[in-house]
Write a protein that binds this ligand. Structure first.
Ligand code: FAD
Length: 417
């Protein structure tokens, strides 16, 4: 079914002898947007990246400020994109975390850099900036430019309306395709708790947690009945609720006549978590799945999108994609997986990446990367305080570095052997 005003007629069946170059808008210059831009350009498309922040890097741009509403529900609150806290170190080893062909190796001789395998957030930001510099992406990123509307235009194209900083200039442009890379760790997801509206204590969502300082010196002792006693002699059962309840997918700029909706944190209908069948391939999403090694997955998803937009790779028909989406949702139902876990791909994470790689005709997830990822996840609950510094996977590190020699390019530090 093709909905009026949202036709995908601009695109035709793939013809291997004719590669098309599209004018593509990428929304967001985090890890997903940067690698999407690189893959699209490699495929010969013309790309503009819109970024509302004042620098690229997305989530990895640490911001000491918190939002005006600590639980993030007020619609007019001051918005802070990143949820990073000050002392955050990565939860994956750098070798497994980085893009496949731009190894995340320690840079020597630069004191600003953190050479550890699980570095602090700044190191990831610097890696992303190196990546953007290496592939000439920085020049095509429009900073401090927020996309406020993505709407269907004639001929299966998209109108992209953007606003530069301070609510200044609003610009309307037409693109052949839009790739949404706007992240999903900014909009808090809150549980419904009976009586919460009249509760007197403080509430904060982890999105607005930066340092432990505001929580220090509040708790003198506890009583057997479960109450907590404070230094001023008062007591309550709890004085702060810190919600670590995750985030919501949120695309306030996207107007699709309800073809794409977010229902109980499931974005859909989406073929392979990427393409809404009725709008494919001119609208796509990079980065929705979670419980996966994010950067390599972004890379595979982006390669696939880029190849489809150029007609080098074929998509199934709209009907076939819809059938696949329905089958996917009914398999989740059969397994008793609730809707808000739709994009949790933990159970088939490597299979998902392998599938994308096969579509693109490129090598899949490296064996050492799989094992390193699994080892890190297994060690976390066993040694939550020390797993970052006591990983015994030296043989995998050696294999990784052996592999990296295939990819070392200008700007990436010399890989240790
Ligand atoms: P983001 O990094 O969020 O980037 C989205 C970008 O889109 C932002 O720059 C934003 O400003 C921009 N944007 C949004 N809306 C608009 C708009 N309307 N117009 C213009 N620009 C817009 N992953 C790991 O691999 N290892 C880790 O150790 C790790 N730790 C994490 C810790 C925390 C606390 C969090 C929240 C996430 C962590 N992740 C980790 C996952 C991380 O989210 C991904 O690795 C990845 O950085 C997400 O990239 P992204 O590009 O999808 O989104």
């Amino acid at each position: 079914m093709i909905m009026s005003g949202y036709s995908n007629s601009f695109f035709h069946k793939p013809q291997s002898h004719h590669l098309a170059s599209r004018h593509v808008a990428v929304i967001g210059a985090g890890a997903a947007g940067l690698v999407a831009a690189r893959e699209l350009r490699r495929e010969g498309h013309k790309v503009i990246v819109f970024e509302r922040g004042d620098q690229l890097g997305g989530t990895w741009v640490y911001n000491p400020n918190v939002e005006s509403d600590p639980i993030g529900v007020h619609p007019n609150r001051t918005l802070v994109h990143s949820s990073m806290y000050e002392s955050l170190r990565t939860n994956l080893p750098r070798e497994a975390m980085g893009f496949r062909d731009y190894p995340f190796v320690a840079k020597k001789g630069d004191e600003e850099r953190d050479p550890r395998r699980f570095p602090v957030h700044r190191e990831v930001l610097m890696y992303l900036k190196d990546f953007a510099g290496e592939f000439g992406i920085s020049e095509i990123v429009r900073l401090e430019t927020e996309v406020v509307l993505v709407d269907a235009a004639a001929g299966g194209k998209w109108k992209v309306k953007s606003r530069s900083k301070g609510g200044g200039d609003v610009e309307d442009e037409i693109y052949d395709a839009v790739v949404v890379c706007s992240g999903h760790h900014t909009e808090p997801r809150l549980p419904q708790i009976q009586g919460i509206n009249t509760w007197k204590g403080k509430q904060i969502h982890s999105h607005n947690y930066r340092t432990p300082a505001p929580f220090q010196n509040q708790i003198k002792g506890v009583h057997e009945d479960g109450s907590l006693v404070f230094r001023d002699g008062s007591f309550v059962v709890a004085d702060i609720i810190l919600y670590c309840t995750g985030y919501k997918y949120h695309f306030p700029f996207l107007k699709t006549n309800d073809i794409v909706t977010v229902d109980d944190n499931c974005v859909g209908p989406l073929y392979k978590h990427i393409f809404p069948p009725a709008l494919a391939p001119s609208l796509s999403f990079v980065g929705l799945p979670w419980m996966i090694a994010p950067f390599p997955m972004f890379e595979f998803q982006s390669k696939w999108i880029a190849g489809i937009l150029s007609n080098r790779i074929a998509l199934p028909s709209q009907e076939e994609m819809m059938e696949d989406v329905k089958a996917f949702h009914s398999s989740l139902e059969t397994l008793g997986i609730r809707k808000h876990y739709t994009h949790n791909v933990f159970g088939y994470k490597f299979g998902y990446d392998e599938w994308l790689a096969a579509q693109c005709g490129c090598p899949g997830f490296e064996e050492w990367r799989k094992q390193m990822y699994i080892a890190a996840l297994e060690n976390l609950p066993k040694q939550p305080e020390t797993y970052r510094d006591e990983l015994e996977d030296h043989h995998l590190v050696l294999q990784a570095h052996q592999d990296f020699t295939n990819y070392t390019v200008n700007g990436v530090g010399v890989v240790d052997k």
